[in-house]
Design a protein around this ligand. Structure first.
Ligand SMILES: Nc1ncnc2c1ncn2[C@@H]1O[C@H](COP(=O)(O)OP(=O)(O)O)[C@@H](O)[C@H]1O
Ligand SMILES: [Mg+2]
Length: 337
Protein backbone atom coordinates (compact mmCIF):
# COMPACT_ATOMS: atom_id res chain seq x y z
CA UNK A 1 0.00 0.00 0.00
CA UNK A 2 1.42 3.34 -1.04
CA UNK A 3 -0.09 6.17 0.93
CA UNK A 4 1.71 9.08 -0.63
CA UNK A 5 0.94 10.53 -4.00
CA UNK A 6 3.22 11.42 -6.84
CA UNK A 7 2.69 14.59 -8.81
CA UNK A 8 0.71 13.82 -11.93
CA UNK A 9 1.34 15.93 -14.98
CA UNK A 10 -2.20 17.35 -14.94
CA UNK A 11 -1.19 19.41 -11.94
CA UNK A 12 2.05 20.86 -13.17
CA UNK A 13 0.65 23.57 -15.42
CA UNK A 14 -2.01 24.79 -13.02
CA UNK A 15 -1.67 28.44 -12.21
CA UNK A 16 -2.30 30.29 -9.04
CA UNK A 17 -5.13 32.57 -10.14
CA UNK A 18 -5.43 35.98 -8.51
CA UNK A 19 -4.59 39.66 -8.80
CA UNK A 20 -5.06 40.67 -5.17
CA UNK A 21 -1.90 42.25 -3.71
CA UNK A 22 -1.58 39.38 -1.24
CA UNK A 23 -1.60 36.86 -4.10
CA UNK A 24 0.82 38.90 -6.20
CA UNK A 25 3.18 38.84 -3.24
CA UNK A 26 2.86 35.08 -2.95
CA UNK A 27 3.50 34.65 -6.68
CA UNK A 28 6.66 36.72 -6.39
CA UNK A 29 7.73 34.76 -3.33
CA UNK A 30 7.16 31.45 -5.13
CA UNK A 31 9.48 32.52 -7.95
CA UNK A 32 12.14 33.61 -5.53
CA UNK A 33 12.15 30.51 -3.30
CA UNK A 34 11.76 28.09 -6.21
CA UNK A 35 15.33 28.83 -7.22
CA UNK A 36 16.59 27.69 -3.82
CA UNK A 37 16.39 24.57 -1.67
CA UNK A 38 15.09 26.48 1.36
CA UNK A 39 12.46 24.78 3.50
CA UNK A 40 9.06 26.44 3.20
CA UNK A 41 6.16 26.47 5.65
CA UNK A 42 2.79 27.30 4.10
CA UNK A 43 -0.05 28.22 6.42
CA UNK A 44 -3.67 29.02 5.73
CA UNK A 45 -7.20 27.71 6.12
CA UNK A 46 -8.29 24.58 4.32
CA UNK A 47 -8.95 25.09 0.61
CA UNK A 48 -6.97 28.32 0.26
CA UNK A 49 -4.45 26.77 -2.15
CA UNK A 50 -1.57 25.65 0.06
CA UNK A 51 -0.91 22.49 -1.92
CA UNK A 52 -1.12 24.42 -5.17
CA UNK A 53 1.55 26.82 -3.86
CA UNK A 54 3.77 23.85 -2.96
CA UNK A 55 3.33 22.33 -6.42
CA UNK A 56 4.18 25.63 -8.07
CA UNK A 57 7.36 25.96 -6.06
CA UNK A 58 8.37 22.49 -7.18
CA UNK A 59 7.41 23.03 -10.83
CA UNK A 60 9.42 26.24 -11.04
CA UNK A 61 12.44 24.80 -9.22
CA UNK A 62 15.54 23.09 -10.64
CA UNK A 63 13.99 19.92 -9.15
CA UNK A 64 10.98 20.09 -11.48
CA UNK A 65 12.06 16.96 -13.37
CA UNK A 66 12.30 15.06 -10.09
CA UNK A 67 9.37 13.68 -8.11
CA UNK A 68 6.91 15.75 -6.07
CA UNK A 69 5.55 13.62 -3.29
CA UNK A 70 2.69 14.74 -1.04
CA UNK A 71 1.88 13.14 2.27
CA UNK A 72 -0.93 14.08 4.62
CA UNK A 73 0.46 13.63 8.13
CA UNK A 74 -3.02 13.93 9.64
CA UNK A 75 -4.50 11.09 7.63
CA UNK A 76 -2.00 8.38 8.48
CA UNK A 77 -1.69 6.57 11.85
CA UNK A 78 1.56 7.47 13.66
CA UNK A 79 3.06 3.95 13.44
CA UNK A 80 2.52 3.83 9.69
CA UNK A 81 3.69 7.37 9.10
CA UNK A 82 7.22 6.62 10.21
CA UNK A 83 7.64 3.83 7.71
CA UNK A 84 5.94 5.90 5.00
CA UNK A 85 8.48 8.64 5.57
CA UNK A 86 11.64 6.66 6.17
CA UNK A 87 10.89 3.15 4.91
CA UNK A 88 11.58 -0.05 6.81
CA UNK A 89 13.75 -3.12 6.79
CA UNK A 90 12.31 -6.56 6.29
CA UNK A 91 11.00 -7.85 9.65
CA UNK A 92 11.22 -4.42 11.34
CA UNK A 93 7.74 -4.98 12.73
CA UNK A 94 4.89 -7.45 12.38
CA UNK A 95 3.75 -7.33 8.79
CA UNK A 96 6.98 -5.84 7.42
CA UNK A 97 7.51 -8.76 5.07
CA UNK A 98 9.80 -6.96 2.66
CA UNK A 99 12.14 -4.01 2.65
CA UNK A 100 10.29 -0.88 1.81
CA UNK A 101 11.52 2.51 0.56
CA UNK A 102 10.22 5.57 2.37
CA UNK A 103 9.30 8.82 0.73
CA UNK A 104 12.54 10.48 1.77
CA UNK A 105 14.25 7.96 -0.50
CA UNK A 106 11.66 7.89 -3.27
CA UNK A 107 11.59 11.71 -3.46
CA UNK A 108 15.34 12.05 -3.75
CA UNK A 109 16.14 14.73 -6.32
CA UNK A 110 12.66 16.15 -5.89
CA UNK A 111 10.33 17.70 -3.34
CA UNK A 112 8.43 16.33 -0.35
CA UNK A 113 5.20 18.04 0.68
CA UNK A 114 4.25 17.36 4.29
CA UNK A 115 0.64 18.43 4.66
CA UNK A 116 -0.97 18.97 8.10
CA UNK A 117 2.46 18.80 9.67
CA UNK A 118 1.02 19.88 13.07
CA UNK A 119 -0.45 16.39 13.39
CA UNK A 120 2.93 14.71 13.48
CA UNK A 121 3.65 12.81 16.74
CA UNK A 122 6.46 14.07 19.02
CA UNK A 123 8.82 11.13 18.31
CA UNK A 124 8.42 11.64 14.57
CA UNK A 125 9.00 15.37 14.97
CA UNK A 126 12.43 14.51 16.39
CA UNK A 127 13.20 12.32 13.39
CA UNK A 128 12.04 14.93 10.92
CA UNK A 129 14.22 17.51 12.65
CA UNK A 130 17.18 15.20 12.18
CA UNK A 131 16.55 14.86 8.44
CA UNK A 132 16.30 18.61 8.07
CA UNK A 133 19.54 19.13 9.99
CA UNK A 134 21.68 16.29 8.71
CA UNK A 135 19.98 15.43 5.43
CA UNK A 136 20.05 11.80 6.51
CA UNK A 137 17.58 9.36 8.03
CA UNK A 138 17.34 5.80 9.23
CA UNK A 139 14.69 3.34 7.97
CA UNK A 140 12.65 1.58 10.70
CA UNK A 141 14.58 -1.45 11.94
CA UNK A 142 17.79 -0.46 10.19
CA UNK A 143 21.12 0.31 11.83
CA UNK A 144 22.37 2.32 8.86
CA UNK A 145 21.66 5.94 8.08
CA UNK A 146 20.91 6.95 4.52
CA UNK A 147 21.62 10.22 2.75
CA UNK A 148 18.80 12.03 1.03
CA UNK A 149 18.56 14.97 -1.34
CA UNK A 150 15.07 16.40 -0.97
CA UNK A 151 13.47 19.78 -0.69
CA UNK A 152 10.91 19.89 2.11
CA UNK A 153 7.75 21.96 1.98
CA UNK A 154 5.34 21.72 4.93
CA UNK A 155 1.82 23.03 5.35
CA UNK A 156 -0.56 23.52 8.22
CA UNK A 157 -4.09 24.82 8.57
CA UNK A 158 -3.46 25.28 12.27
CA UNK A 159 -1.40 28.19 13.46
CA UNK A 160 1.80 26.23 14.03
CA UNK A 161 3.22 28.73 16.47
CA UNK A 162 0.14 28.26 18.70
CA UNK A 163 0.89 24.55 18.70
CA UNK A 164 4.42 25.40 19.84
CA UNK A 165 3.09 27.56 22.69
CA UNK A 166 0.77 24.76 23.76
CA UNK A 167 3.71 22.36 23.86
CA UNK A 168 2.34 20.20 21.06
CA UNK A 169 4.92 21.06 18.43
CA UNK A 170 8.68 21.27 18.86
CA UNK A 171 9.98 24.80 18.74
CA UNK A 172 13.28 23.81 17.10
CA UNK A 173 11.41 21.98 14.35
CA UNK A 174 9.08 24.93 13.88
CA UNK A 175 12.02 27.23 13.16
CA UNK A 176 13.66 24.67 10.88
CA UNK A 177 10.46 24.42 8.86
CA UNK A 178 9.57 28.05 8.57
CA UNK A 179 12.79 29.25 7.01
CA UNK A 180 10.47 30.78 4.43
CA UNK A 181 6.93 31.28 5.77
CA UNK A 182 4.13 31.73 3.23
CA UNK A 183 0.71 32.70 4.49
CA UNK A 184 -2.16 32.04 2.09
CA UNK A 185 -5.12 34.31 2.90
CA UNK A 186 -8.71 33.11 3.13
CA UNK A 187 -10.80 33.92 0.05
CA UNK A 188 -13.05 36.33 2.00
CA UNK A 189 -9.97 38.51 2.62
CA UNK A 190 -9.35 38.84 -1.12
CA UNK A 191 -12.84 39.05 -2.55
CA UNK A 192 -11.58 40.96 -5.58
CA UNK A 193 -10.26 37.61 -6.85
CA UNK A 194 -13.70 35.94 -6.74
CA UNK A 195 -14.70 37.08 -10.27
CA UNK A 196 -11.37 35.87 -11.71
CA UNK A 197 -11.75 32.51 -10.00
CA UNK A 198 -15.36 32.19 -11.17
CA UNK A 199 -14.22 32.74 -14.76
CA UNK A 200 -11.29 30.39 -14.37
CA UNK A 201 -13.38 27.50 -13.06
CA UNK A 202 -16.22 28.30 -15.44
CA UNK A 203 -13.87 27.99 -18.39
CA UNK A 204 -12.50 24.72 -17.05
CA UNK A 205 -15.95 23.18 -16.47
CA UNK A 206 -17.41 24.56 -19.70
CA UNK A 207 -14.69 22.81 -21.68
CA UNK A 208 -16.18 19.52 -20.52
CA UNK A 209 -19.78 20.46 -21.26
CA UNK A 210 -21.11 18.92 -24.46
CA UNK A 211 -24.23 21.15 -24.51
CA UNK A 212 -22.08 24.28 -24.86
CA UNK A 213 -20.87 26.88 -22.38
CA UNK A 214 -22.89 28.45 -19.59
CA UNK A 215 -22.42 31.92 -18.17
CA UNK A 216 -23.04 33.38 -14.72
CA UNK A 217 -25.21 36.51 -14.72
CA UNK A 218 -24.41 39.69 -12.81
CA UNK A 219 -26.77 39.17 -9.89
CA UNK A 220 -25.41 35.68 -9.25
CA UNK A 221 -21.87 37.09 -9.43
CA UNK A 222 -22.69 39.73 -6.84
CA UNK A 223 -24.01 37.07 -4.48
CA UNK A 224 -20.96 34.88 -5.01
CA UNK A 225 -18.85 37.92 -4.24
CA UNK A 226 -20.73 38.60 -1.00
CA UNK A 227 -20.60 35.04 0.28
CA UNK A 228 -17.97 34.30 2.94
CA UNK A 229 -16.51 31.08 1.47
CA UNK A 230 -15.59 29.18 4.66
CA UNK A 231 -14.25 26.40 2.40
CA UNK A 232 -12.28 28.96 0.37
CA UNK A 233 -11.20 28.32 -3.24
CA UNK A 234 -12.00 24.60 -2.98
CA UNK A 235 -15.61 25.45 -2.09
CA UNK A 236 -15.85 27.96 -4.95
CA UNK A 237 -14.49 25.39 -7.39
CA UNK A 238 -17.04 22.82 -6.21
CA UNK A 239 -19.92 25.29 -6.40
CA UNK A 240 -19.06 26.28 -9.98
CA UNK A 241 -18.73 22.65 -10.99
CA UNK A 242 -22.09 21.85 -9.43
CA UNK A 243 -23.76 24.85 -11.14
CA UNK A 244 -22.36 23.95 -14.55
CA UNK A 245 -23.33 20.28 -14.24
CA UNK A 246 -26.86 21.10 -13.10
CA UNK A 247 -27.48 24.05 -15.45
CA UNK A 248 -30.53 23.65 -17.66
CA UNK A 249 -30.15 26.67 -19.91
CA UNK A 250 -27.09 28.68 -20.79
CA UNK A 251 -27.26 31.15 -17.90
CA UNK A 252 -26.74 30.65 -14.18
CA UNK A 253 -28.91 33.03 -12.21
CA UNK A 254 -28.99 33.97 -8.53
CA UNK A 255 -31.93 31.58 -8.00
CA UNK A 256 -29.73 28.68 -9.13
CA UNK A 257 -27.14 29.24 -6.40
CA UNK A 258 -27.00 26.73 -3.52
CA UNK A 259 -29.55 27.56 -0.76
CA UNK A 260 -26.79 27.94 1.83
CA UNK A 261 -25.23 30.77 -0.18
CA UNK A 262 -28.61 32.42 -0.84
CA UNK A 263 -29.46 32.31 2.87
CA UNK A 264 -26.11 33.73 3.89
CA UNK A 265 -26.33 36.64 1.47
CA UNK A 266 -29.98 37.35 2.33
CA UNK A 267 -29.11 37.35 6.03
CA UNK A 268 -26.44 39.95 5.42
CA UNK A 269 -28.89 42.31 3.77
CA UNK A 270 -32.05 42.06 5.80
CA UNK A 271 -31.75 40.79 9.31
CA UNK A 272 -35.49 40.31 9.82
CA UNK A 273 -36.44 40.82 13.46
CA UNK A 274 -39.58 38.91 14.40
CA UNK A 275 -42.11 40.49 16.73
CA UNK A 276 -42.92 37.73 19.20
CA UNK A 277 -45.78 37.49 21.72
CA UNK A 278 -43.44 38.49 24.53
CA UNK A 279 -42.90 41.78 22.79
CA UNK A 280 -39.78 43.18 21.32
CA UNK A 281 -36.78 45.11 22.51
CA UNK A 282 -36.71 47.91 19.96
CA UNK A 283 -33.43 49.42 21.10
CA UNK A 284 -31.59 46.15 21.10
CA UNK A 285 -32.81 45.24 17.63
CA UNK A 286 -31.80 48.61 16.20
CA UNK A 287 -28.45 48.32 17.88
CA UNK A 288 -27.93 44.83 16.48
CA UNK A 289 -28.74 46.04 12.98
CA UNK A 290 -26.42 49.02 13.30
CA UNK A 291 -23.76 46.73 14.60
CA UNK A 292 -24.10 44.36 11.68
CA UNK A 293 -23.63 47.20 9.21
CA UNK A 294 -20.58 48.49 11.05
CA UNK A 295 -18.97 45.04 11.21
CA UNK A 296 -19.56 44.52 7.51
CA UNK A 297 -18.23 47.96 6.56
CA UNK A 298 -15.11 47.43 8.65
CA UNK A 299 -14.54 44.06 7.13
CA UNK A 300 -14.88 45.33 3.59
CA UNK A 301 -12.49 48.16 4.33
CA UNK A 302 -9.98 45.84 5.94
CA UNK A 303 -10.49 47.53 9.33
CA UNK A 304 -9.83 51.04 8.01
CA UNK A 305 -12.25 53.28 9.94
CA UNK A 306 -12.06 56.18 7.49
CA UNK A 307 -13.01 53.92 4.57
CA UNK A 308 -15.66 52.11 6.63
CA UNK A 309 -17.25 55.43 7.61
CA UNK A 310 -17.35 56.46 3.95
CA UNK A 311 -19.09 53.19 3.04
CA UNK A 312 -21.71 53.85 5.73
CA UNK A 313 -22.18 57.49 4.81
CA UNK A 314 -21.05 58.52 8.30
CA UNK A 315 -18.41 60.89 9.54
CA UNK A 316 -15.34 59.11 10.82
CA UNK A 317 -15.88 60.69 14.25
CA UNK A 318 -19.46 59.38 14.36
CA UNK A 319 -18.29 55.87 13.56
CA UNK A 320 -15.55 56.07 16.17
CA UNK A 321 -18.08 57.26 18.76
CA UNK A 322 -20.37 54.36 17.92
CA UNK A 323 -17.49 51.93 18.20
CA UNK A 324 -16.53 53.37 21.57
CA UNK A 325 -20.08 52.95 22.88
CA UNK A 326 -19.97 49.32 21.82
CA UNK A 327 -16.66 48.53 23.45
CA UNK A 328 -16.72 45.14 25.13
CA UNK A 329 -20.03 44.47 23.46
CA UNK A 330 -20.45 42.41 20.38
CA UNK A 331 -17.43 41.66 18.30
CA UNK A 332 -16.92 44.98 16.58
CA UNK A 333 -13.80 45.59 18.62
CA UNK A 334 -12.15 42.45 17.31
CA UNK A 335 -12.29 43.89 13.84
CA UNK A 336 -10.80 47.26 14.60
CA UNK A 337 -7.04 47.37 14.35
N1 LIG B 1 -5.38 30.73 -6.50
C1 LIG B 1 -5.90 29.63 -7.06
N2 LIG B 1 -6.08 29.55 -8.40
C2 LIG B 1 -6.61 28.46 -8.97
N3 LIG B 1 -6.99 27.37 -8.29
C3 LIG B 1 -6.83 27.38 -6.95
C4 LIG B 1 -6.28 28.49 -6.27
N4 LIG B 1 -6.23 28.21 -4.95
C5 LIG B 1 -6.75 26.98 -4.82
N5 LIG B 1 -7.11 26.47 -6.02
C6 LIG B 1 -7.73 25.15 -6.24
O1 LIG B 1 -8.58 24.91 -5.12
C7 LIG B 1 -8.48 23.57 -4.69
C8 LIG B 1 -7.99 23.52 -3.25
O2 LIG B 1 -6.63 23.94 -3.21
P1 LIG B 1 -5.53 23.21 -2.31
O3 LIG B 1 -4.19 23.67 -2.78
O4 LIG B 1 -5.76 21.74 -2.27
O5 LIG B 1 -5.88 23.87 -0.89
P2 LIG B 1 -5.31 23.52 0.57
O6 LIG B 1 -4.10 22.64 0.37
O7 LIG B 1 -4.98 24.84 1.17
O8 LIG B 1 -6.42 22.83 1.30
C9 LIG B 1 -7.55 22.88 -5.66
O9 LIG B 1 -8.31 22.26 -6.67
C10 LIG B 1 -6.73 24.02 -6.23
O10 LIG B 1 -6.26 23.73 -7.51
MG1 LIG C 1 -4.71 20.53 1.28
Amino acid sequence: MLLFRRLDSAHTHRNLIGQHPLILRIQALIKKVAATDATVLISGESGTGKELVARQIHSLSPRAAGPFIALNCGAIPAELLESELFGHERGAFTGAVGTRHGMFQVASGGTIFLDEVAEMSPPLQVKLLRVLQEREFRPVGSDRSMKTDVRVIAASNKELFDEVSKGRFREDLFYRLQVIPIRVPPLRDRRSDVPLLIDHFLEKMNARRPQGPVRVNDEARVQLWEYDWPGNVRELENVIEQLVVLADGDTIEAENLPPSIRRFVAGKHNPTPALSDEGFDFNRAVEAFENQLIVEALRRSGGNKQAAARLLGLKRTTLVAKLRRRRGGNGVEELTP
